[in-house]
Design a protein around this ligand. Structure first.
Ligand SMILES: [Zn+2]
Length: 448
Protein backbone atom coordinates (compact mmCIF):
# COMPACT_ATOMS: atom_id res chain seq x y z
CA UNK A 1 0.00 0.00 0.00
CA UNK A 2 1.51 3.31 -1.14
CA UNK A 3 0.25 6.66 0.14
CA UNK A 4 1.34 10.04 -1.21
CA UNK A 5 1.14 13.09 1.03
CA UNK A 6 0.89 15.83 -1.55
CA UNK A 7 0.92 19.63 -1.49
CA UNK A 8 2.31 20.13 2.01
CA UNK A 9 4.89 22.56 3.31
CA UNK A 10 7.44 20.17 4.78
CA UNK A 11 9.49 21.27 7.79
CA UNK A 12 12.13 18.66 8.60
CA UNK A 13 15.06 20.26 10.43
CA UNK A 14 16.98 16.96 10.69
CA UNK A 15 17.35 17.14 6.88
CA UNK A 16 17.41 20.96 6.67
CA UNK A 17 14.15 20.92 4.70
CA UNK A 18 11.68 23.83 4.77
CA UNK A 19 9.47 23.99 1.67
CA UNK A 20 6.92 22.40 -0.69
CA UNK A 21 7.60 18.68 -1.07
CA UNK A 22 5.60 15.48 -1.50
CA UNK A 23 6.19 12.39 0.59
CA UNK A 24 5.56 8.80 -0.49
CA UNK A 25 4.89 6.21 2.20
CA UNK A 26 4.89 2.48 1.77
CA UNK A 27 3.61 0.50 4.74
CA UNK A 28 5.39 1.81 7.84
CA UNK A 29 8.20 3.72 6.10
CA UNK A 30 8.82 6.81 4.04
CA UNK A 31 10.19 5.60 0.69
CA UNK A 32 10.57 8.81 -1.30
CA UNK A 33 10.54 12.60 -0.87
CA UNK A 34 10.55 15.10 -3.71
CA UNK A 35 8.70 17.48 -6.02
CA UNK A 36 7.22 14.89 -8.39
CA UNK A 37 3.92 13.00 -8.21
CA UNK A 38 4.79 9.30 -8.10
CA UNK A 39 2.13 6.60 -8.47
CA UNK A 40 0.28 5.81 -5.24
CA UNK A 41 -2.75 3.80 -4.11
CA UNK A 42 -3.97 6.79 -2.13
CA UNK A 43 -3.22 10.51 -2.36
CA UNK A 44 -3.73 12.77 0.64
CA UNK A 45 -3.77 16.38 -0.55
CA UNK A 46 -2.95 18.57 2.43
CA UNK A 47 -3.26 21.90 0.61
CA UNK A 48 -0.38 23.92 1.99
CA UNK A 49 -0.61 22.68 5.57
CA UNK A 50 2.60 22.05 7.53
CA UNK A 51 3.94 18.50 7.30
CA UNK A 52 6.42 17.73 10.09
CA UNK A 53 7.99 14.64 11.60
CA UNK A 54 5.73 13.34 14.38
CA UNK A 55 6.52 15.26 17.57
CA UNK A 56 8.65 13.53 20.19
CA UNK A 57 8.10 14.14 23.89
CA UNK A 58 11.27 13.21 25.73
CA UNK A 59 9.79 13.82 29.17
CA UNK A 60 6.39 12.78 30.44
CA UNK A 61 4.86 10.51 33.07
CA UNK A 62 3.32 7.42 31.50
CA UNK A 63 -0.20 6.05 31.88
CA UNK A 64 -0.86 3.52 34.65
CA UNK A 65 -1.29 -0.21 34.17
CA UNK A 66 -4.67 -1.55 35.19
CA UNK A 67 -5.40 -5.30 35.15
CA UNK A 68 -2.28 -5.90 33.10
CA UNK A 69 -3.17 -3.31 30.44
CA UNK A 70 -2.31 0.32 29.84
CA UNK A 71 -5.15 2.55 30.99
CA UNK A 72 -4.92 5.17 28.23
CA UNK A 73 -5.16 8.83 29.08
CA UNK A 74 -2.00 10.89 28.65
CA UNK A 75 -0.88 8.88 25.61
CA UNK A 76 -4.15 9.82 23.88
CA UNK A 77 -3.70 13.44 24.96
CA UNK A 78 -0.27 13.29 23.33
CA UNK A 79 -1.64 11.84 20.10
CA UNK A 80 -4.17 14.70 19.89
CA UNK A 81 -1.25 17.15 20.07
CA UNK A 82 0.65 15.52 17.21
CA UNK A 83 3.05 13.54 19.38
CA UNK A 84 4.00 10.16 17.89
CA UNK A 85 6.69 9.10 20.38
CA UNK A 86 6.64 9.73 24.13
CA UNK A 87 9.23 8.85 26.74
CA UNK A 88 8.02 8.08 30.26
CA UNK A 89 9.69 6.93 33.45
CA UNK A 90 10.97 10.41 34.23
CA UNK A 91 11.99 12.08 37.50
CA UNK A 92 12.91 8.67 38.93
CA UNK A 93 9.32 7.44 38.77
CA UNK A 94 7.84 4.44 36.96
CA UNK A 95 4.29 3.20 37.36
CA UNK A 96 5.23 -0.40 36.59
CA UNK A 97 8.40 -2.35 35.94
CA UNK A 98 9.60 -0.44 32.83
CA UNK A 99 10.97 -3.51 31.05
CA UNK A 100 7.60 -5.27 31.44
CA UNK A 101 5.78 -2.08 30.47
CA UNK A 102 7.61 -2.05 27.13
CA UNK A 103 6.58 -5.67 26.60
CA UNK A 104 2.94 -4.69 27.24
CA UNK A 105 3.23 -1.88 24.67
CA UNK A 106 4.57 -4.36 22.14
CA UNK A 107 1.76 -6.83 22.88
CA UNK A 108 -1.18 -4.38 22.88
CA UNK A 109 0.11 -1.28 21.10
CA UNK A 110 -0.36 2.20 22.58
CA UNK A 111 -1.76 5.50 21.34
CA UNK A 112 1.82 6.67 20.63
CA UNK A 113 5.20 4.96 20.45
CA UNK A 114 6.54 4.58 23.98
CA UNK A 115 10.08 4.70 25.32
CA UNK A 116 10.91 4.55 29.02
CA UNK A 117 13.64 5.47 31.44
CA UNK A 118 14.36 3.17 34.34
CA UNK A 119 13.42 5.35 37.32
CA UNK A 120 15.91 5.39 40.18
CA UNK A 121 13.30 5.98 42.89
CA UNK A 122 11.08 3.20 41.54
CA UNK A 123 13.92 0.70 41.85
CA UNK A 124 15.00 2.16 45.19
CA UNK A 125 11.54 1.47 46.61
CA UNK A 126 11.41 -1.96 44.98
CA UNK A 127 14.68 -2.77 46.75
CA UNK A 128 13.01 -1.95 50.08
CA UNK A 129 14.41 1.54 50.72
CA UNK A 130 11.06 3.10 51.57
CA UNK A 131 12.19 6.13 53.59
CA UNK A 132 13.02 8.90 51.09
CA UNK A 133 14.94 10.81 53.78
CA UNK A 134 17.21 7.88 54.79
CA UNK A 135 20.17 6.47 52.86
CA UNK A 136 19.74 3.07 51.24
CA UNK A 137 21.68 0.14 52.74
CA UNK A 138 24.51 -1.59 50.87
CA UNK A 139 22.22 -4.55 50.15
CA UNK A 140 19.48 -2.30 48.82
CA UNK A 141 21.95 -0.49 46.58
CA UNK A 142 23.15 -3.80 45.13
CA UNK A 143 19.58 -4.89 44.49
CA UNK A 144 18.78 -1.52 42.86
CA UNK A 145 21.76 -1.71 40.52
CA UNK A 146 20.91 -5.28 39.52
CA UNK A 147 17.28 -4.47 38.65
CA UNK A 148 18.12 -1.19 36.87
CA UNK A 149 20.61 -3.17 34.80
CA UNK A 150 17.86 -5.60 33.77
CA UNK A 151 15.53 -2.75 32.75
CA UNK A 152 18.29 -1.23 30.62
CA UNK A 153 18.91 -4.59 29.00
CA UNK A 154 15.21 -4.69 28.19
CA UNK A 155 15.52 -1.48 26.20
CA UNK A 156 15.09 1.46 28.58
CA UNK A 157 16.69 4.59 27.12
CA UNK A 158 18.58 5.46 30.30
CA UNK A 159 18.15 6.05 34.03
CA UNK A 160 16.08 8.92 35.36
CA UNK A 161 16.44 10.53 38.75
CA UNK A 162 14.25 12.74 40.87
CA UNK A 163 16.93 13.68 43.37
CA UNK A 164 14.62 16.39 44.68
CA UNK A 165 12.19 13.67 45.76
CA UNK A 166 14.77 11.43 47.44
CA UNK A 167 16.75 13.61 49.83
CA UNK A 168 18.25 10.46 51.39
CA UNK A 169 19.99 9.30 48.18
CA UNK A 170 23.68 9.93 48.77
CA UNK A 171 26.45 10.32 46.20
CA UNK A 172 27.43 6.66 46.33
CA UNK A 173 23.86 5.54 45.59
CA UNK A 174 23.36 8.08 42.81
CA UNK A 175 26.71 7.30 41.17
CA UNK A 176 26.13 3.55 41.25
CA UNK A 177 22.69 3.93 39.65
CA UNK A 178 24.12 6.31 37.02
CA UNK A 179 27.02 3.94 36.28
CA UNK A 180 24.48 1.37 35.02
CA UNK A 181 24.26 3.53 31.86
CA UNK A 182 27.91 3.04 30.90
CA UNK A 183 27.13 0.00 28.82
CA UNK A 184 25.50 1.35 25.65
CA UNK A 185 26.23 4.90 26.83
CA UNK A 186 22.62 5.56 27.77
CA UNK A 187 21.25 8.87 29.08
CA UNK A 188 21.07 9.97 32.68
CA UNK A 189 18.22 12.44 33.17
CA UNK A 190 17.29 14.30 36.30
CA UNK A 191 14.88 16.45 38.06
CA UNK A 192 17.87 17.82 39.97
CA UNK A 193 18.06 18.04 43.74
CA UNK A 194 17.37 21.74 44.18
CA UNK A 195 15.98 24.77 42.38
CA UNK A 196 15.89 28.58 42.40
CA UNK A 197 19.18 29.97 43.75
CA UNK A 198 20.34 26.47 44.74
CA UNK A 199 20.01 25.05 41.20
CA UNK A 200 23.64 25.68 40.21
CA UNK A 201 25.01 23.39 42.91
CA UNK A 202 22.34 20.81 42.03
CA UNK A 203 23.31 20.84 38.34
CA UNK A 204 26.99 20.47 39.30
CA UNK A 205 26.12 17.50 41.50
CA UNK A 206 24.30 15.78 38.65
CA UNK A 207 26.85 16.59 35.94
CA UNK A 208 29.65 15.14 38.06
CA UNK A 209 28.34 11.65 37.29
CA UNK A 210 28.09 12.45 33.56
CA UNK A 211 31.70 13.66 33.55
CA UNK A 212 32.91 10.70 35.63
CA UNK A 213 31.31 8.04 33.40
CA UNK A 214 31.24 9.90 30.06
CA UNK A 215 27.43 9.78 29.84
CA UNK A 216 24.92 12.05 28.07
CA UNK A 217 23.21 14.25 30.66
CA UNK A 218 19.65 15.59 30.38
CA UNK A 219 18.54 18.27 32.84
CA UNK A 220 14.74 18.05 33.05
CA UNK A 221 12.11 20.79 32.91
CA UNK A 222 14.50 23.67 33.60
CA UNK A 223 11.74 26.28 33.54
CA UNK A 224 10.42 24.95 36.82
CA UNK A 225 13.92 24.56 38.28
CA UNK A 226 15.67 27.79 37.26
CA UNK A 227 12.80 29.94 36.02
CA UNK A 228 12.78 32.24 39.03
CA UNK A 229 15.41 34.67 37.69
CA UNK A 230 18.29 32.18 37.22
CA UNK A 231 17.85 31.16 33.57
CA UNK A 232 20.69 33.11 31.92
CA UNK A 233 23.14 31.65 34.43
CA UNK A 234 21.72 28.14 34.11
CA UNK A 235 22.24 28.27 30.33
CA UNK A 236 25.77 29.61 30.77
CA UNK A 237 26.49 26.72 33.14
CA UNK A 238 25.36 24.27 30.43
CA UNK A 239 27.54 26.04 27.84
CA UNK A 240 30.59 25.71 30.09
CA UNK A 241 30.05 21.99 30.58
CA UNK A 242 29.71 21.61 26.81
CA UNK A 243 32.91 23.55 26.23
CA UNK A 244 34.64 20.99 28.40
CA UNK A 245 33.30 17.95 26.58
CA UNK A 246 30.15 16.96 28.46
CA UNK A 247 27.24 15.87 26.24
CA UNK A 248 24.55 17.88 28.02
CA UNK A 249 21.07 19.09 27.01
CA UNK A 250 18.03 20.46 28.74
CA UNK A 251 14.27 20.42 28.27
CA UNK A 252 11.54 22.82 29.25
CA UNK A 253 7.76 23.03 29.13
CA UNK A 254 6.06 26.10 27.64
CA UNK A 255 4.18 27.33 30.71
CA UNK A 256 4.86 29.84 33.43
CA UNK A 257 3.70 27.71 36.38
CA UNK A 258 4.83 24.28 37.64
CA UNK A 259 2.87 21.39 39.09
CA UNK A 260 3.62 18.75 41.72
CA UNK A 261 1.93 16.87 44.56
CA UNK A 262 1.48 18.86 47.75
CA UNK A 263 3.14 16.20 49.92
CA UNK A 264 6.48 16.23 48.05
CA UNK A 265 9.66 17.78 49.46
CA UNK A 266 9.16 20.73 47.05
CA UNK A 267 6.82 22.09 49.70
CA UNK A 268 8.94 21.21 52.73
CA UNK A 269 9.38 24.13 55.15
CA UNK A 270 11.39 26.94 53.53
CA UNK A 271 9.62 26.87 50.15
CA UNK A 272 8.02 30.31 50.60
CA UNK A 273 11.43 31.85 51.25
CA UNK A 274 13.01 29.93 48.37
CA UNK A 275 10.57 31.26 45.79
CA UNK A 276 10.09 34.62 47.54
CA UNK A 277 6.32 34.21 47.53
CA UNK A 278 3.19 33.70 49.63
CA UNK A 279 0.79 30.73 49.92
CA UNK A 280 -1.48 32.27 47.26
CA UNK A 281 0.87 31.21 44.41
CA UNK A 282 -0.35 27.64 45.00
CA UNK A 283 -3.52 26.43 43.25
CA UNK A 284 -5.22 23.13 44.17
CA UNK A 285 -6.04 20.85 41.22
CA UNK A 286 -8.00 18.21 43.11
CA UNK A 287 -10.14 17.75 46.19
CA UNK A 288 -12.49 20.14 47.90
CA UNK A 289 -10.39 23.25 47.21
CA UNK A 290 -9.97 22.46 43.51
CA UNK A 291 -9.42 25.64 41.49
CA UNK A 292 -8.77 27.74 44.60
CA UNK A 293 -5.58 29.48 45.68
CA UNK A 294 -4.09 28.33 48.98
CA UNK A 295 -3.98 30.05 52.35
CA UNK A 296 -1.75 28.93 55.21
CA UNK A 297 -4.74 27.06 56.69
CA UNK A 298 -5.80 25.20 53.54
CA UNK A 299 -2.16 24.43 52.64
CA UNK A 300 -1.50 22.83 56.05
CA UNK A 301 -4.80 20.93 55.96
CA UNK A 302 -4.38 19.43 52.47
CA UNK A 303 -0.67 18.63 52.95
CA UNK A 304 -1.55 16.67 56.09
CA UNK A 305 -4.71 14.96 54.85
CA UNK A 306 -4.29 14.57 51.06
CA UNK A 307 -0.54 14.63 50.29
CA UNK A 308 -1.11 13.20 46.77
CA UNK A 309 -3.16 16.26 45.80
CA UNK A 310 -1.77 17.78 42.58
CA UNK A 311 -1.07 21.49 42.81
CA UNK A 312 -0.04 24.21 40.40
CA UNK A 313 2.49 26.73 41.63
CA UNK A 314 2.38 30.06 39.76
CA UNK A 315 5.90 31.29 40.40
CA UNK A 316 7.91 30.97 37.18
CA UNK A 317 9.03 34.03 35.21
CA UNK A 318 7.83 34.30 31.65
CA UNK A 319 11.04 35.92 30.39
CA UNK A 320 13.08 33.04 31.84
CA UNK A 321 11.04 30.46 29.92
CA UNK A 322 11.40 32.48 26.70
CA UNK A 323 15.16 32.80 27.29
CA UNK A 324 15.42 29.03 27.74
CA UNK A 325 13.71 28.32 24.40
CA UNK A 326 16.01 30.80 22.67
CA UNK A 327 18.99 28.57 23.52
CA UNK A 328 19.97 25.87 20.97
CA UNK A 329 20.62 23.33 23.75
CA UNK A 330 17.07 23.42 25.13
CA UNK A 331 14.34 21.21 23.63
CA UNK A 332 10.61 21.08 24.26
CA UNK A 333 9.11 18.43 26.57
CA UNK A 334 5.75 18.31 28.32
CA UNK A 335 6.53 16.82 31.75
CA UNK A 336 2.85 15.84 31.46
CA UNK A 337 1.36 14.09 34.46
CA UNK A 338 -2.29 13.16 34.76
CA UNK A 339 -4.02 11.92 37.89
CA UNK A 340 -7.67 10.91 37.55
CA UNK A 341 -7.95 13.21 34.53
CA UNK A 342 -6.60 16.16 36.53
CA UNK A 343 -3.29 17.98 36.60
CA UNK A 344 -1.33 20.66 34.78
CA UNK A 345 -2.60 21.69 31.31
CA UNK A 346 0.83 20.88 29.85
CA UNK A 347 -0.32 17.24 29.53
CA UNK A 348 -2.92 18.24 26.93
CA UNK A 349 -1.51 21.45 25.48
CA UNK A 350 2.31 21.57 25.38
CA UNK A 351 3.01 21.04 21.68
CA UNK A 352 0.31 23.25 20.09
CA UNK A 353 0.97 25.86 22.77
CA UNK A 354 4.67 25.94 21.91
CA UNK A 355 3.74 27.09 18.41
CA UNK A 356 0.87 29.36 19.44
CA UNK A 357 2.62 31.08 22.33
CA UNK A 358 6.29 31.02 21.33
CA UNK A 359 6.35 30.99 17.52
CA UNK A 360 3.40 33.32 16.87
CA UNK A 361 4.65 35.72 19.54
CA UNK A 362 8.10 35.79 17.97
CA UNK A 363 10.28 33.98 20.54
CA UNK A 364 11.52 31.58 17.85
CA UNK A 365 10.86 30.56 14.25
CA UNK A 366 8.54 27.71 13.30
CA UNK A 367 11.56 25.85 11.89
CA UNK A 368 13.45 26.13 15.20
CA UNK A 369 10.34 25.13 17.13
CA UNK A 370 9.85 22.01 14.99
CA UNK A 371 13.54 21.22 15.50
CA UNK A 372 13.04 21.30 19.28
CA UNK A 373 10.03 18.95 18.97
CA UNK A 374 11.50 16.45 16.50
CA UNK A 375 15.18 16.29 15.50
CA UNK A 376 16.60 17.34 18.87
CA UNK A 377 14.81 14.76 21.03
CA UNK A 378 15.36 12.07 18.38
CA UNK A 379 19.09 12.79 18.35
CA UNK A 380 19.18 12.83 22.10
CA UNK A 381 17.52 9.42 22.26
CA UNK A 382 19.63 8.02 19.42
CA UNK A 383 16.51 7.24 17.35
CA UNK A 384 17.93 7.17 13.84
CA UNK A 385 14.61 6.59 12.04
CA UNK A 386 12.45 9.05 13.96
CA UNK A 387 12.21 12.84 14.10
CA UNK A 388 12.98 13.07 10.35
CA UNK A 389 11.25 12.59 7.00
CA UNK A 390 13.82 11.12 4.61
CA UNK A 391 13.48 7.85 2.69
CA UNK A 392 14.00 5.01 5.14
CA UNK A 393 12.60 6.93 8.13
CA UNK A 394 9.56 5.69 10.06
CA UNK A 395 6.32 7.14 8.69
CA UNK A 396 5.52 9.03 11.90
CA UNK A 397 4.10 12.29 10.56
CA UNK A 398 2.14 15.22 11.96
CA UNK A 399 0.20 17.59 9.71
CA UNK A 400 -1.05 20.84 11.18
CA UNK A 401 -2.57 24.18 10.23
CA UNK A 402 -0.13 26.88 11.27
CA UNK A 403 -2.83 29.56 11.35
CA UNK A 404 -5.14 27.55 13.58
CA UNK A 405 -2.90 25.48 15.83
CA UNK A 406 -3.42 26.32 19.48
CA UNK A 407 -3.79 24.75 22.91
CA UNK A 408 -7.09 25.05 24.77
CA UNK A 409 -6.23 23.35 28.06
CA UNK A 410 -6.16 25.74 31.01
CA UNK A 411 -5.44 25.41 34.70
CA UNK A 412 -9.21 25.31 35.30
CA UNK A 413 -9.85 22.81 32.47
CA UNK A 414 -6.57 20.97 32.00
CA UNK A 415 -7.81 18.23 29.66
CA UNK A 416 -9.27 20.37 26.85
CA UNK A 417 -8.13 19.21 23.42
CA UNK A 418 -5.99 21.45 21.24
CA UNK A 419 -6.99 22.76 17.80
CA UNK A 420 -5.30 22.77 14.44
CA UNK A 421 -3.80 19.27 14.31
CA UNK A 422 -5.09 17.92 11.00
CA UNK A 423 -3.66 14.43 10.89
CA UNK A 424 -1.22 12.21 12.76
CA UNK A 425 0.32 9.11 11.23
CA UNK A 426 2.19 6.52 13.26
CA UNK A 427 4.05 3.82 11.37
CA UNK A 428 2.21 4.82 8.17
CA UNK A 429 -1.25 4.41 9.72
CA UNK A 430 -3.64 7.28 10.32
CA UNK A 431 -3.99 7.41 14.11
CA UNK A 432 -5.70 10.79 14.38
CA UNK A 433 -7.62 12.89 11.89
CA UNK A 434 -9.64 16.12 12.17
CA UNK A 435 -10.26 16.05 15.90
CA UNK A 436 -10.79 12.29 16.24
CA UNK A 437 -8.61 9.41 17.32
CA UNK A 438 -8.97 6.88 14.51
CA UNK A 439 -6.79 4.15 16.00
CA UNK A 440 -5.32 4.22 19.50
CA UNK A 441 -2.92 1.29 19.27
CA UNK A 442 -0.53 2.20 16.43
CA UNK A 443 2.30 2.92 18.88
CA UNK A 444 5.08 0.41 19.57
CA UNK A 445 7.79 0.15 22.19
CA UNK A 446 10.87 2.20 21.43
CA UNK A 447 13.92 0.41 22.78
CA UNK A 448 17.55 1.31 22.92
ZN1 LIG B 1 10.21 16.28 37.58
Amino acid sequence: MKTLISGGHVIDPANRVNGRLNILIEDAKIVWVGRGEPEADKVIDVGGKIVAPGFIDIHLHEDPIDNGRISPCIFEMMLRQGVTTAVGGNCGINVWDPGEYLDIVDRDGAAVNVGLYAGHEYFRKAAGALDIYAPATEEQKQEMVKEIGKALENGCVGVSFGLRYVPGADKDEFFRAAACCREGRKIIASHVRDDADAIFKAIDEFCEAGVEYGLPVQISHIGSMGGFGQMEDVLRQMDEYKLNGLDIAMDCYPYFAFSTRIGTPTYDPGWLERYHCGYDVLEFCEGKYRGQRATKETFDEVRAEFPECITVCHVMREEDVRTAFGHPGVMLASDGLVNNGQGHPRAAGTFPRFIAEFVRKGTLSLYDAVNKMTAMPANRLGLENKGRLNAGADADITIFDFDRITDRATFAEPALEPEGIEMVMIGGEIAFEKGKIIKNNCGRAVRK
